[in-house]
Design a protein around this ligand. Structure first.
Ligand code: ZN
Length: 254
């Protein structure tokens, strides 16, 4: 069966001497791998038609009993050349692409994930000093959509509202905040969260668009807290090692 779809290049690997296996993220079929026969031959019709971070129009023969399909045609819709000149944004794009690759199941509709990555790759170049914040906001959006959003308004144990400015502890294992009294009785680790960092997280979690994030000027200390909290939370709830996150954020901070 022939499928025609938009597809973002997630990764590629050699297959034999001249062919390649390309893994894509598509809205309706999730993660899809295609064999491109002769992809590296000088006259291949696929040369220059796809690369990492491209969004493409892809035509492929879908095989029902095999996870490797055959690419028939491909043409780029968005090349995102800016990512190739901005190495910090490129590091962030590599991380978010890796996250999309591993966060969603193969062969299932992934409309949200597709649009999330498509928008993220568009948004990353040119964000300058805000780049880390832009990455954190995308992490929050992804967690939201996966039903894993950290709960940031009331104590997970006694359900008491934690007003802005009140003392709270953040338990990544419990999935959100505990009031100091409940945190003391809980055997799982919970770290104090400074009120200013909590206020930022709450605001970003509600923010429907990036504009809110771009208006927030985080101090280096706030960024360290947000990085640690979100990192621990995602590692635990997505059950992923997230080495690409450490690498990317390490490069962005340099
Ligand atoms: Zn409590």
């Amino acid at each position: 069966m022939i499928e025609k779809t938009q597809a973002i290049t997630l990764r590629y690997a050699p297959s034999g001497n001249t062919s390649r296996v390309v893994t894509w993220l598509t809205p309706d079929h999730g993660r899809v791998s295609t064999l491109i026969k002769g992809a590296l031959r000088p006259k291949s019709a696929f040369l220059g038609q796809y690369d990492l971070f491209y969004t493409c129009e892809l035509l492929y023969y879908s095989r029902q009993r095999n996870d490797l399909h055959f690419a028939k045609e491909c043409s780029p819709v968005k090349l995102r050349a800016a990512l190739r000149h901005d190495w910090r944004a490129c590091a962030a794009a590599s991380y978010l692409t890796d996250l999309a690759l591993r966060a969603g199941p193969a062969r299932a509709p992934q409309r949200f994930l597709f649009h999330w990555l498509d928008n993220a790759l568009d948004a990353l170049p040119g964000t300058g000093a805000q780049l880390q914040s832009v990455v954190f906001w995308h992490e929050l959006k992804l967690l939201n959509e996966l039903g894993l959003a950290p709960r940031l308004t009331s104590c997970l144990q006694c359900h008491r509202d934690l007003a802005p400015g009140s003392a709270a502890r953040f338990s990544h294992e419990r999935g959100g905040l505990l009031c100091p009294a409940c945190a003391q009785q809980d055997h799982r680790p919970a770290s104090p969260i400074p009120p200013d960092a909590l206020a930022i997280l709450r605001r970003w979690q509600r923010a429907p668009a990036l504009a809110e994030v771009q208006r927030t000027r985080c101090t280096p200390q706030q960024l360290v807290v947000l990085d640690r909290m979100l990192g621990e939370f995602m590692r635990y709830h997505l059950d992923l090692a997230l080495t690409s996150r450490d690498l990317a954020l390490g490069m962005i901070k340099r």
